[in-house]
Design a protein around this ligand. Structure first.
Ligand code: TXA
Ligand code: MG
Length: 317
């Protein structure tokens, strides 16, 4: 008996009741699986931090299902709305200013006490139906233990969090495979806080302006969760490897000789992103290897998100 459920209409209704009553539901999105709770229920939000072993200073993303709702939830302007109309539902997350009058205790917890609120609309029919049926925004971090590899299947969620969740809705493998792109849009300049499913090149072309990169610049806002150690596999991981050691498990990209597994034999970064976390898990589960090595990945398009994740996975304290 497991808590993995098929996403039938009946099961989604059941999951929505669980959300309303303060339980935890793992939901599929196009990026990775999320561990969802009712944003207005303080105990439920606290249970997310506890289940993941996540520090409470690390804020959560609110998932919504309608752009009109956004206008009542956070301070928006024309630029925000045009980005939402272009990219939602989809893997783009906004950090916005909260309304001054909004003093909700549960939301304070979800926002880690910040005066910003972080919002996205996921592009997955199961997530959208669940949010609509719940009637509240669903806060959801990736559904894995803090600092481990994010889940792209229902089984990954079960393996990481198991029975700490009331229901896991199984929506199949996530199509995008890396988390959403997060931009801080509270100031004049748009600042990238996390590379993800929408590339910076694409955003810059749509906006017709430069997106600033926050990494390492102390004068720019930063994402509390962008710690160097993240996505940690058990094995040692080396990146940008052309020539692996004989005893290493080798993850290739493009035309790679001697790879045990290849993220994308044709060198397509989108395909590589969709495979990344599942392949890292697979490599990490193999016995008899001294470590994992990964081929160089071009830093364009979704390659920027891939390089960000594998750099953190390779980080040694
Ligand atoms: O694709 C995704 O975004 C997935 C799916 C489930 O939607 N969610 C996800 O959530 O990746 P999580 O909690 O694993 O990562 C969210 C990141 C964290 O690093 C957090 O620190 C950052 O977003 N973040 C959230 N609110 C923020 C804020 N107000 N200011 C700066 N960073 C924020
Ligand atoms: Mg995460």
């Amino acid at each position: 008996m497991t808590n993995i459920y098929k996403p039938t209409s009946q099961n989604i209704t059941k999951a929505a009741h669980i959300i309303q009553q303060g339980g935890l539901v793992a939901m599929p999105t196009e990026t990775v699986y999320g561990l969802g709770a009712n944003v207005y229920n303080p105990q439920a939000v606290a249970n997310i931090f506890a289940a993941k072993g996540r520090p409470s200073f690390n804020p959560l993303i609110s998932h919504i299902a309608e752009i009109d709702f956004l206008k009542t939830y956070a301070q928006t302007d024309e630029r925000v709305i045009s980005l939402a109309q272009k990219y939602w539902p989809g893997p783009l997350t906004f950090v916005l200013r909260r309304f001054n009058h909004d003093t909700n205790a549960a939301l304070d917890l979800a926002c880690a006490g910040l005066r910003t609120v972080t919002v996205r609309m996921p592009n997955h029919p199961v997530a959208l139906e669940l949010i609509k049926k719940s009637g509240v925004p669903i806060v959801a971090p990736s559904a894995n233990k803090s600092q481990t590899i994010s889940p792209t299947t229902a089984q990954h969620v079960y393996d990481s969090l198991g029975e700490n969740i009331d229901i896991i809705l199984d929506g199949g493998a996530c199509q995008v495979g890396v988390e959403s792109t997060i931009i801080d849009i509270t100031g004049k300049d748009i600042v990238l806080l996390r590379a993800g499913g929408i590339s910076v090149e694409e955003l810059e072309e749509f906006l017709n302006e430069k997106v600033l990169i926050s990494n390492g610049n102390p004068n720019l806002p930063s994402s509390p969760g962008q710690m160097l150690k993240h996505y940690a596999p058990q094995h040692t991981l080396r990146i940008n490897v052309e020539q692996p050691k004989p005893e290493e498990f080798f993850i290739g990209f493009g035309n790679t000789n001697g790879a045990h597994i290849n993220l994308s034999p044709n060198g397509d970064v989108k395909e590589a992103a969709a495979n990344l976390f599942a392949y890292m898990r697979y490599a990490d589960s193999r016995q008899g290897f001294s470590g994992i090595a990964i081929s160089p990945i071009p830093n364009t398009g979704l390659g920027m998100a891939i390089n960000d994740r594998i750099r953190r996975a390779a980080y040694k304290k």
